[in-house]
Design a protein around this ligand. Structure first.
Ligand code: SF4
Ligand code: SF4
Length: 337
């Protein structure tokens, strides 16, 4: 029986001119041109989104859930990826963005950054285990995990066996709402606000057929204008209306965020799928045996450069760093006697 593959990244054949630009950049040689149109070979595609960025005719796109899909649930939870905070300029703080999600129609907002902090703690414990294969490779980027499965099967045992922050956030938030408000699980819709096409695939077609805790994935691109519109009308925010995560979790959006948060060891952070390829080659050749932890993110500048984002990743990085500085200052202030 033919195996079924779901991929978020798809081709709009009406726009494709068969120019072969995408073929040159695809890291897994997953694209061919047949009858003058590109064809994606499903078994090879890792949903990295490189072809979306390089197609001059915008013929590649990432399929996500429509914004209206939240209406299918009576109680709606938003899981904003920390990358969302880098998309708006300095006038739009994290507090404003979280409030805007509530005003948009979500009943509860659970920051994925909070779950990233949990993953950091679990990783610290994991790294103490002397039996793990080094370098331990982060499993946070589903495009890289898939890349390792396809291109570097010898490194599969190096991957961290830890759930992603998105999955942990989904499970915890659903449980919290069920226990606090008595709302049945099936009436709760959990929606990830995503910079990432590969995350869509990991929700719709989870690896090893585990069921995802996430009910829908909305793209940052689709949410951007509605949220901006709401924030422009917000007026003054006088107090922090929600419990917000610390700087550690928010830092995960950019390159180096995950690896610098863990306590110890020699760590390398690499971003951009072609750089990832080079470092994994080094790992296979045994040149990284003195490295403890490898953070590998497929997109340039990490998730800030994800294919479903709006802002230039370098500008987004400045925006995010401003937020991180504010969190650190507030934290230092709250620690004063
Ligand atoms: S998403 Fe990545 S792996 Fe898939 S076809 Fe496009 S460039 Fe190739
Ligand atoms: S770097 Fe982030 S946005 Fe890009 S593929 Fe990996 S998880 Fe997705």
């Amino acid at each position: 029986m033919e195996r079924y593959y779901f991929h978020s990244v798809t081709l709009d054949t009406t726009k494709c001119k068969g120019c072969t630009n995408c073929i040159k950049y695809c890291p897994t040689e997953a694209i061919r041109v047949r009858n003058g149109k590109a064809v994606i070979i499903k078994e090879r595609c890792i949903d990295c989104g490189v072809c979306i960025r390089v197609c001059p005719y915008h013929a590649k796109k990432a399929v996500t859930d429509p914004l209206d899909s939240i209406k299918e649930y009576s109680y709606k939870i938003a899981l904003p990826a920390p990358t969302l905070y880098g998309q708006f300029g300095p006038d739009y703080s994290r507090e404003r963005i979280v409030l805007a999600l509530k005003q948009y129609g979500f009943d509860y907002v659970f920051e994925v950054a909070r779950a990233a902090e949990i993953v950091t703690e679990v990783t610290d414990q994991y790294m103490l285990n002397k039996d793990i294969k080094k370098p331990a490779i982060s499993s946070a980027c589903p495009a890289v995990v898939r890349y390792i499965q396809i291109r570097f099967p010898n490194l599969i045992d190096n991957l961290l066996r830890i759930e992603s922050p998105m999955e942990i956030a989904a499970a915890l938030s659903r449980q919290e709402v069920n226990e606090k408000n008595g709302i049945p699980y099936e009436k709760i819709g959990v929606f990830f606000i995503s910079p990432c096409a590969a995350k869509v695939t990991s929700v719709k077609a989870p690896y090893e057929n585990h069921k995802s805790n996430v009910d829908g994935v909305l793209s940052i691109k689709d949410m951007f204008l509605p949220l901006l519109d709401i924030m422009k009308k917000q007026g003054e925010i006088t107090s922090e209306p929600f419990s917000l995560s610390s700087a550690i979790g928010v830092s995960w959006a950019g390159t180096g965020g995950e690896s610098s948060a863990i306590n110890d060891g020699r760590r390398i952070a690499v971003h951009g799928i072609h750089n990832v390829n080079e470092i994994l080659e080094q790992a296979v050749q045994g040149n990284l045996d003195n490295i403890d932890f490898l953070e590998v993110l497929a997109c340039p500048e990490g998730c800030l450069g994800g294919p479903l984002t709006v802002e230039n990743p370098f500008i987004a990085k400045v925006n995010l760093n401003n937020e991180i500085d504010k969190i650190k200052k507030n934290h230092a202030h709250s620690m004063l006697p």
